[in-house]
Ligand binder design. Structure first.
Ligand code: HSE
Length: 437
């Protein structure tokens, strides 16, 4: 089996070294005799690891991706323009593809999957979502016969690290610099903090879990860039943590999906996810509620997932049952007519009832004719819990509140989804029983 590697950065370089160094081990694990045919790089003369023979480097990525002696193309370039062209070319020429490129799968996954299905080749992307957690494989294979109704998770290590630092009283900028130094953050960290990276991963999860052709620009997202120490402190006082949660639910015509900072009660499994760890809760019809967690960012976990996909593809080639053959579930995605925000409908909003600044909000809600469920005044932060009522349109109320200058930064949905959460009602009691100070 011929292997071509596109890109030789952190993940690609590490992978090249392992393919060369662990030849015997990989052959034992896969039963496949393989040869690394070439490594496409921008500058073949640039100084790189001395263990990679210089004659493997080429700057003709196009030729390498379609080289007749290559069976498997591993894309580690990143970005969406050059990488997309090369992946498409490789698939078109009947090559199996492994990629860690979340931007690519999140924006062009449905098209590339359809192309791969037509060509009867596999397209694996385990490293694109949640680093070392085998969630892609779990959704594609272990849960292949399932009907998945919803999923929710923390899928950005940088934001989770920053939110944790704010809780410890550290500054936002220092926390971001720390995440960058540890190699968790994207090259442009605004993709992390504005929720774009999480929306990319959520789009891929939706493609896999629901079989829907949803791409990330259709997903509404709010980042953590406006969250202040006072916000996390208020949540802590009410036994909650603010987490950037990506959540999605299958609907009749598509799905609801949204990335937003929300309040998660301290005893919820998502509240216990620290630093660069990620977690994804999946609700499946027969298997029930599943919870996956582990390291979601950093070089090690991503490289491990690319390596696992490479071994998986080699094994599939050895077994001659090509992973990703025509018509395979998950490769040919259904169109999603609707992709609504997760907090739009009454049913959904009721699970994510919202805390508003009490003074402005109470006046507005009463004027709007909405019965409010009570106000609690905390030290310096008056809060009001508003429970949506089916008689009112949650969106209209949110607009009215915005018009009344209830600052969006002070509005956080409270995670109250029954997924892995057993006592939603007691949350209300917690708010009501707070002594006024
Ligand atoms: N920037 C990403 C994160 C890296 O912080 O989670 C992993 O995809």
């Amino acid at each position: 089996v011929g292997i071509a590697l596109l890109g030789c950065g952190t993940v690609g370089g590490g992978l090249a070294e392992r393919l060369l160094r662990e030849h015997q081990l990989i052959q034992r694990r896969t039963g496949v005799e393989y040869v690394l045919r070439g490594i496409a790089v921008r500058d073949p003369l640039k100084a790189r690891s001395g263990t990679i023979p210089a004659d493997l480097f080429t700057c003709d990525a196009q030729a390498l991706a379609s080289d007749p002696s290559v069976d498997l193309v591993i894309e580690c370039i990143g970005g969406t323009s050059v990488a997309a062209e090369l992946v498409e070319r490789a698939i078109d020429h009947g090559r199996h593809v492994v990629t860690a490129n979340k931007d690519l799968i999140a924006t062009q996954g449905p098209r590339l999957r359809a192309l791969a299905a037509r060509r009867g080749v596999s397209l694996r992307c385990e490293a694109a979502v949640a680093g070392g957690i085998p969630i892609v494989r779990a959704l594609e294979e272990s849960l292949a016969g399932e009907t998945i109704s919803s999923l929710a998770g923390i899928v950005n290590g940088t934001c989770n690290t920053i939110l944790g630092a704010l809780e410890r009283g550290e500054s936002y900028d220092d926390a971001l610099a720390d995440a960058q130094a540890k190699g968790f953050a994207e090259a442009d960290p605004s993709s992390d903090v504005l929720g774009t990276d999480s929306a990319h991963k959520l789009a891929i999860l939706i493609q896999l879990a629901f079989g829907l052709a949803v791409i990330s620009p259709r997903i509404r997202r709010t980042g953590i860039d406006k969250i202040a120490t006072a916000d996390v402190a208020t949540a802590a006082r009410l036994n909650h943590r603010i987490k950037l949660v990506a959540n999605a639910r299958r609907t009749a015509n598509g799905c609801e999906a949204e990335v937003a900072p929300i309040w998660v009660r301290n005893d919820h499994p998502l509240a216990r996810i620290e630093g660069a760890n990620n977690a994804i809760a999946v609700r499946a019809r027969d298997a029930g509620e599943l919870f996956f967690s582990g390291l979601g960012a950093g070089r090690g976990p991503s490289a491990a997932s690319v390596f696992a996909d490479t071994i998986g593809t080699l094994r599939a080639i050895a077994e001659r049952h090509e992973y990703g053959v025509r018509g395979r579930r998950g490769l040919d995605l259904e169109p999603a007519i609707d992709v609504a925000g997760a907090y739009d409908t009454f049913e959904r909003a009721a699970r994510f009832s919202t805390l508003y600044d009490a003074i402005a909000a109470e006046r507005t809600l009463r004027a709007y004719g909405v019965a409010v469920s009570g106000a609690a005044t905390l030290t310096g932060t008056p809060l009001l819990r508003y429970l949506p009522d089916h008689r009112y349109d949650a969106k209209a109320i949110a607009r009215a509140l915005a018009d009344a200058n209830c600052a969006p930064a002070s509005i956080f949905p409270i995670w109250n989804d029954p997924i892995t959460h057993t006592a939603p009602a007691s949350q209300l009691t917690a708010v009501h029983s707070l002594p006024a100070t």
